[in-house]
Design a protein around this ligand. Structure first.
Ligand SMILES: [Ca+2]
Ligand SMILES: [Ca+2]
Length: 384
């Protein structure tokens, strides 16, 4: 084994060249047979995928010579670094066995890969490349509504972030979009939305142009012709100032990134998701809390058991408390409506008199005080 060391600005190390100021030393190494079975390990390039494609890489030690992969979906491979395509949605365990002449090593990773093809966008007709990254150009952060995605500069080239970065926006509404392009150079940036989801970015799908900025916050308005309730592609391209580019043009220094937008119409009752809700306390003696989880557009209607609508509330948030003090004692039908889906529950409301009597009963006064004191208590509560 030869060790070669020299002045750090000298010519590159050549095992047979004489160092300028340093020296060369030789040592003896014996290579021994490794008689241990492999210690199995591997990595995967992605854990949440919309197209189902996952690249696995062997990280086993102790010199394996054979591999057996079980991808958890009934498919297997004997490659060292297999590329596998899952065709069904689900969460998969992956097992790998690495072998050599001295035995096997096995590793199993539970719930390693989640496949969700419902979030897969239709392909775009083009994916712009970065031609000549330099100097810190690129897109370093994108923030709009619930998307807040940090990434490296354009040394990564084009990246499709749409699978794991999607957000719901309302048709006709304006939203602030914040694109950070680093501190090194000003850039030109454009944003397109494939509003008809045909895979092409047409001229009327250019939503924003920002010139000569380091980063910016601007508003985009979701066009009234946008396809509803389907993930559609938003493309952000950014390049050095003065490079006039379209949605399919390669970028000289910068890069393009894609995201997914789901356009909703809050005024149209067209949702098909099922939902459930919690309602407590029940029976109630006043304020009732309705908890519907992540959904935030719905109505609450309360009916008598004869079917007469007593009261209704519109467009409430995911968890809301409603004061039902005014309802007289009895059972009521509560209906929560989320677009076309409705769920119903019966709630029992206790009115004020019953509540007071219950409170007195619970304090034990009926057990421990005389009749006149009980009367005074009721007088004080303005119930006589
Ligand atoms: Ca980036
Ligand atoms: Ca289009």
């Amino acid at each position: 084994m030869r060790v070669w060391a020299d002045y750090d600005l000298a010519a590159a190390a050549d095992p047979c060249a004489s160092p300028q100021f340093g020296q060369i030393e030789d040592y003896t190494i014996f290579i021994l047979q490794n008689t241990s079975p492999p210690s199995a390990d591997f990595s995967n390039n992605i854990s949440y995928t919309c197209d189902g494609i996952v690249q696995f890489s062997d990280l086993s030690t102790n010199a394996p010579i054979a591999w057996q992969w079980d991808f958890g979906d009934g498919n297997t491979s004997v490659a060292q670094n297999p590329n596998h395509t899952y065709t069904n949605d689900g969460v998969y365990n992956v097992q790998m066995t690495a072998s050599n002449a001295f035995g096997d090593g096995i590793v199993t990773k539970m719930s390693l890969v989640e496949v969700n093809t419902a979030d897969n966008l239709i392909p775009a007709d083009c994916y712009p490349s970065t031609l000549a990254y330099c100097c810190g150009y690129g897109i370093e952060n994108v923030n709009i509504n619930s998307i807040n995605n940090a990434s490296i500069n354009s040394s990564e080239g084009y990246v499709d972030f749409s699978c794991e970065n999607k957000t719901n926006l309302n048709i006709g509404d304006s939203y602030a979009i914040n694109v950070s392009t680093g501190l090194d150079n000003p850039q030109d940036t454009k944003v397109w939305l494939d509003i008809d989801n045909n895979g092409f970015f047409d001229s009327d799908e250019l939503l924003l142009e920002e010139y000569n900025t380091y980063s910016f916050i601007a508003n985009i308005t979701i066009p009234s012709t946008s396809l509803l309730n389907t993930p559609i592609r938003m493309r952000i391209s950014s390049d050095e100032v003065g490079n006039n580019f379209g949605p399919c043009d390669d970028l000289i220094r910068g890069q393009a990134e894609d995201y997914a937008i789901i356009v909703n119409d809050a005024n149209r009752l067209n949702r098909n998701d099922s939902f459930d809700f919690k309602m407590y306390p029940n029976p109630s003696n006043g304020t009732v809390t309705f908890d519907i989880g992540n959904t935030d557009v719905y109505k609450i209607n309360i009916y008598s058991l004869m079917g007469k609508k007593i009261v209704g509330y519109d467009k409430l948030k995911s968890s809301v408390s409603i004061d039902l003090n005014d309802l007289i004692t009895g059972s009521y039908l509560v209906e929560l409506i989320d677009f076309t889906i409705s769920q119903k529950r019966i709630i029992l409301i206790w009115d004020m008199l019953l509540r007071v009597l219950q409170a007195i009963w619970e304090t034990g006064y009926f057990m421990n005080v005389g009749y006149s004191k009980k009367t005074n208590i009721l007088k004080n509560l303005r119930l006589t």
